[in-house]
Design a protein around this ligand. Structure first.
Ligand code: MAN
Length: 348
C-alpha cells in the first residue's frame, strides 16, 4: 500500500451481519466509525450501528424515532416527484432532509484488539428526545482521570449537533445535552487539561461564507465551550478540498499535539491526514501533511454502503504505535497501525 497505514490482515474486523439488530424488524445496514477506549484492561469499541429495514425495489425508507421513542419507518416510492435520492446516506423529501438509516452506539470489547464481542452487561446507547430523532453517530471517547467523555453527532430534523454524555463505569451515564449546536460534528476532546482548561476540536459548517473547517474551543467544565478559533481549512484542488474534521483525541508527542483528521473532496472521497498543534497553545498549527497518510485502497474501503471512505475517530496508543480503528466504505469496522515517528516525519 502506498500510504503510511499498516492495515490488519484480519480486516474487516466487523461486518453488519456480526451484530444483531436493536429491534425485531430492523436490519443492520452498516457498522462504522467507532469510538475507542481502554477499560478493565480490554480494548473497547463504541461502534456506530446504522439500521433500516431490508430494501425493497421501487421504494426508499427513512427511519426515525417517534414521540414515544420507538423507531418508525417512513416509506416513499422512488418515483415520487417530491423525492431527491442521489446520496445513499441522505435524502430530501418535500424540501426536508432525512437520513436513510438511523444510528445508535454499541459497546464491544476485546482482549487482543482484533476479535471483538458484545457483553449483555453493557447495553447499547440510543438517541434520546427530539434532538436525536434521526440517531446518534460517530462517538469520540476521551478519558480524563477516571471520567470518560462521549462526544457524538446528534441528528434530528432540527439539525446536526454535538451531544455529550459522561460515564465512569459504562453502565451509568450522565446526559449533558447538546454542547455545540447545529451545524456541528466531529468533536474530539483533548485528554489532558492545558493551563487548567479543557480543549476540544470541532467542526461547525457554514453553507454560505466559510465552509467545513476544524475549530478549537476551550472549557472549564466540559459543557460550556468558548474562545472558538478556526484552525484547519479545506484546501482547493487537494484531497481535502470539501470538508475536514477531527478524528479521535489529539495524541501528545514531544513535538506537539498530533491530530489525525479526515478530509473529503467534492466527490465525497474520504482520506486521512495529520496536523500538529503547539503543546502549550493548541491554536498554533505547527505543521500539516500535504498528502494523505491513508487513502482508500482495499476492496472493503473502495466499495460498500458508501465507497471510497476511510474514517477514524478513535485509537489506542502504545509507545510509537498508534492503532486506529476506522470505518471503511461506511459499512465495515477495520483496524490499522501507524508509527507516530513516520507521521511526524511527514510533518515538517
Ligand atoms: C453525512 C454523513 C452521514 C451522516 C450524516 C449526519 O451525510 O456523514 O453518514 O449520517 O452526515 O451526520
Amino acid at each position: 500500500m502506498n500510504d503510511l497505514a499498516k492495515r490488519f490482515p484480519q480486516n474487516p474486523l466487523l461486518l453488519p451481519k456480526d451484530i444483531a439488530p436493536s429491534t425485531a424488524g430492523l436490519q443492520v445496514i452498516s457498522l462504522l466509525n467507532p469510538g475507542v477506549f481502554t477499560f478493565h484492561d480490554k480494548t473497547w469499541l463504541l461502534v456506530r450501528v446504522a439500521e433500516s429495514i431490508s430494501q425493497k425495489e421501487g421504494v426508499i425508507y427513512f427511519p426515525l424515532l417517534n414521540a414515544t421513542g420507538n423507531t418508525e419507518i417512513i416509506e416513499v416510492p422512488l418515483n415520487d416527484p417530491d423525492l431527491i435520492a442521489t446520496d445513499a446516506r441522505v435524502i430530501n423529501y418535500k424540501g426536508l432532509d432525512y437520513l436513510t438509516t438511523i444510528s445508535h452506539l454499541r459497546l464491544l470489547s476485546s482482549d487482543d484488539g482484533i476479535h471483538f464481542s458484545e457483553d449483555t452487561e453493557y447495553p447499547g446507547l440510543f438517541g434520546q428526545g427530539y434532538l436525536e430523532r434521526f440517531g446518534i453517530e460517530d462517538c469520540r471517547v476521551a478519558q480524563i482521570g477516571d471520567t470518560y467523555y462521549l462526544t457524538f453527532t446528534a441528528v434530528s430534523d432540527n439539525g446536526v449537533g454535538v451531544g455529550l454524555w459522561t460515564t465512569r463505569d459504562w453502565r451509568h451515564f450522565e446526559n449533558k445535552g447538546i454542547i455545540l449546536s447545529p451545524h456541528n460534528k466531529d468533536c474530539a476532546i483533548f485528554e489532558e487539561k492545558i493551563r487548567n482548561m479543557l480543549y476540544c476540536l470541532h467542526r461547525p459548517s457554514s453553507k454560505e461564507i466559510g465552509g467545513n473547517y476544524i475549530w478549537l474551543a476551550e472549557s472549564g467544565d466540559g459543557t460550556q465551550w468558548g474562545n472558538h478559533q478556526c484552525l484547519i481549512k479545506t484546501r482547493p484542488g487537494m484531497w481535502d478540498s470539501a470538508r475536514v474534521g477531527a478524528g479521535g483525541a489529539p495524541v501528545k508527542t514531544e513535538r506537539g499535539w498530533l491530530e489525525i483528521y479526515h478530509g473529503a473532496n467534492e466527490a465525497h472521497q474520504y482520506c486521512l491526514g495529520a496536523f500538529l498543534m503547539d503543546l502549550e497553545n493548541p491554536s498554533k498549527i505547527i505543521a500539516r501533511t500535504v498528502d494523505p497518510i491513508m487513502a482508500p485502497a482495499e476492496p472493503y474501503e473502495l466499495s460498500g454502503f458508501f465507497g471510497y471512505v476511510v474514517f477514524t475517530n478513535g485509537h489506542i496508543l502504545n509507545g510509537d504505535q498508534l492503532t486506529i480503528y476506522y470505518g471503511a466504505a461506511d459499512e465495515f469496522v477495520c483496524g490499522a497501525t501507524f508509527s507516530i515517528k513516520e507521521i511526524l516525519e511527514k510533518l515538517i
